[in-house]
Design a protein around this ligand. Structure first.
Ligand code: HEC
Length: 128
């Protein structure tokens, strides 16, 4: 009798937290959605405030175009493929960061921003 009673109580007790957990999960999803949404809004203008003059100077200094031209000819801009794998501002910045690392250019984060911003202005024109 004692066992039945306590197991009933256990069932009643375990039901309430289950509902609370559903609410908590809902809240978490809502917050997660908001974070994603604002993150995307920020990516759209992630190049705002970038130093374009600095970016252009770094592109000249690091011979980006010279090497690209040796690969694809022309003015080298054919290497930039906005319809290719690099199809968001975030990926473009990531690509420049990867070059920065691979070629040991030693650019600071705001310099990588500046270079990516110039490539975006002149070639990719991503809005997000
Ligand atoms: C030593 C040669 C070399 C140098 C220097 C170089 N690149 Fe590149 N870059 C390449 C090659 C080769 C590719 C093509 C890679 C591929 O398509 O897989 C490429 C591709 C890229 C792409 C991706 C193009 C696309 O849309 O897929 C970006 C962006 C880029 N380079 C930026 C830069 C920047 C910025 C610099 C200078 C800071 C730079 N690169 C310097 C050789 C070079």
């Amino acid at each position: 009798m004692n066992t039945t009673h306590s197991s009933l109580r256990a069932t009643a007790l375990s039901r309430r937290p289950a509902r609370a957990r559903t609410w908590a999960l809902g809240g978490l999803l809502l917050v997660g959605g908001l974070v994603l949404w604002t993150g995307q809004a920020r990516a759209a203008d992630m190049f705002q405030g970038a130093d374009l003059a600095l970016g252009q100077k770094l592109i000249d200094e690091h011979k980006c175009v010279a090497c690209h031209t040796s690969k694809v000819g022309g003015d080298g801009s054919a290497i930039y493929k906005p319809q290719g794998k690099i199809n968001t501002a975030g990926l473009l910045r990531g690509m420049v960061e990867m070059c920065n690392t691979n070629m040991n250019l030693g650019m600071f984060p705001e310099e990588v921003d500046a270079v990516a911003a110039v490539l975006n202005r002149d070639h990719y024109k991503f809005t997000k």
